[in-house]
Write a protein that binds this ligand. Structure first.
Ligand SMILES: [Zn+2]
Length: 140
């Protein structure tokens, strides 16, 4: 079954378009975490950020950047969160790569908090951890 973004791209479900070109569609998120919360979506289906080829990634991120700039310019936003989730455990709810552009305001309704909660690293071998990741990069 097609995911909701493929159905929107195919015109089967209505959306509120912010931007569209041959490769990228940007629409208002139906939940509006903050006013102007926009989703930037490649028209070709990729499951997530990690599966998206660089050529498409550049186009998606270029649109996300322009939308962030526009939100700062016309909506009175004082900041923007640009984020994408990979996998259900990370909060990905639609299995089609998308980037959230979420304007941030001082005060107001909605919004969310990003809290990074550190953990005790005394039992971790950080150099070994870094080497595991680094070795994987070298072998690709
Ligand atoms: Zn899709």
């Amino acid at each position: 079954m097609k995911d909701v973004f493929c159905r929107i791209i195919d015109g089967e479900i209505p959306s509120t378009k912010v931007y569209e070109d041959d490769d990228v569609l940007a629409i208002l998120d139906i939940s509006q975490t903050t006013k102007g919360h926009t989703l930037v979506i490649p028209k070709k289906h990729y499951d997530n950020f990690l599966a998206c080829p660089l050529e498409t990634m550049e186009k998606v991120m270029a649109v996300a950047q322009r939308i962030g700039q526009a939100e700062m310019g016309v909506l009175g936003a004082k900041g923007v969160n640009i984020l994408t989730n990979v996998g259900e455990v990370a909060g990905q709810s639609v299995n089609h790569f998308h980037v959230h552009v979420i304007p941030r305001y001082i005060g107001g309704e909605g919004g969310f908090q990003i809290t990074m909660k550190g953990q005790d690293t005394s039992g971790m071998d950080l150099p070994r951890l870094a080497m595991q990741i680094s070795d994987k990069l070298k072998n690709e």
